[in-house]
Design a protein around this ligand. Structure first.
Ligand code: AMP
Length: 211
C-alpha cells in the first residue's frame, strides 16, 4: 500500500498514520517528525529547517524533496509506505509523482482527513507532544503513556504560529486535494470523533477504493 495522508495541521494525520501504518505493515514517514528529529540532534538539516518551522512556514522544496527522495530508497519502503505531511504543495506532489514513476510504484490513494478550522484551533492550542517518542496528547495529559516521557507544547503549536500554519495550508497545501482528485486518487473522510472509528472508516474507504 502506497498511501498519502492529506489534511490541515491538527486533523489527526499523525495519530491516524500510526494506526494505518500498523494495520498495513508499512513505514510511517512523517516529514515533520524527520525535521524534528534532526533539530533535536542539531544536524545541518535540522538547523536549516528550524527557522521555517518556528514561523509555521514550509521548509524549502529543494531541502524537503531531497530528504523524501532519500527516505524512499530505504529497504523498508519496498512493500509500501504512508506519507504524512508530504507533499505540502503541488510542486512537491509533482516531484513525488516523478520519483515514483521512475520506480513504477505510483501512489495508490490520497486520504484526506476533513475537519473545520474552529475544531483545529481548539485541538492544536491544547495538544502536547512527548519529548521522548513524539506521541501526541490532548491538553489534560501530563506524562506520555507510551514511554513515560515529558510532554511539551511544540513551538509551532502556540497560537500565533497556528494561524500562520493554517494560512499556509489554505494557500499552499489545499491545492493538492484538487491535484489528487484529478489523478483519481482522492478519498475524503470526516476526521472528527473517536480515533478508532476514524481509523476504521479510513480502512473501509481504502479497501473500497482499491478493490
Ligand atoms: P508537521 O509535523 O507535519 O506539522 O510539520 C511541522 C513543520 O515541518 C511544518 O510546519 C513545516 O515547517 C515543516 N514541514 C513538514 N513537512 C513539510 C513539507 N512537506 N514541506 C515543507 N515543510 C514541511
Amino acid at each position: 500500500m502506497r498511501l498519502i495522508l492529506v489534511g490541515p495541521p491538527g486533523a489527526g494525520k499523525g495519530t491516524q498514520a500510526v494506526h494505518l501504518a500498523a494495520h498495513y505493515s508499512i513505514p510511517h514517514i512523517s516529514t515533520g517528525d524527520i525535521f524534528r528529529a534532526n533539530l533535536k540532534e542539531g544536524t545541518p538539516l535540522g538547523l536549516q529547517a528550524k527557522s521555517y518551522m518556528d514561523k509555521g512556514e514550509l521548509v524549502p522544496d529543494s531541502v524537503t524533496n531531497a530528504m523524501v527522495k532519500d527516505r524512499l530508497t530505504h529497504g523498508d519502503t519496498a512493500n509500501g509506505f504512508l506519507l504524512d505531511g508530504f507533499p505540502r504543495n503541488v510542486a512537491q506532489a509533482e516531484v513525488l509523482r516523478a520519483i515514483l514513476a521512475e520506480k513504477k510504484t505510483p501512489i495508490e490513494a490520497a486520504l484526506e482527513l476533513s475537519i473545520d478550522n474552529a475544531e483545529i484551533i481548539k485541538r492544536l492550542s491544547g495538544r502536547r507532544t512527548c519529548r521522548g517518542c513524539g506521541k501526541v496528547f490532548p491538553g489534560q495529559f501530563e506524562k506520555c503513556d507510551a514511554c513515560g516521557g515529558e510532554l511539551y507544547q511544540r513551538d509551532d503549536d502556540k497560537e500565533e504560529v497556528i494561524s500562520r500554519r493554517l494560512e499556509v495550508y489554505a494557500e499552499q497545501t489545499a491545492p493538492i486535494i484538487a491535484f489528487y482528485r484529478q489523478e483519481g486518487l482522492l478519498i475524503t473522510i470526516p476526521a472528527v470523533g473517536d480515533v478508532a472509528e476514524i481509523t476504521a472508516s479510513a480502512i473501509r474507504a481504502l479497501s473500497q477504493k482499491l478493490s
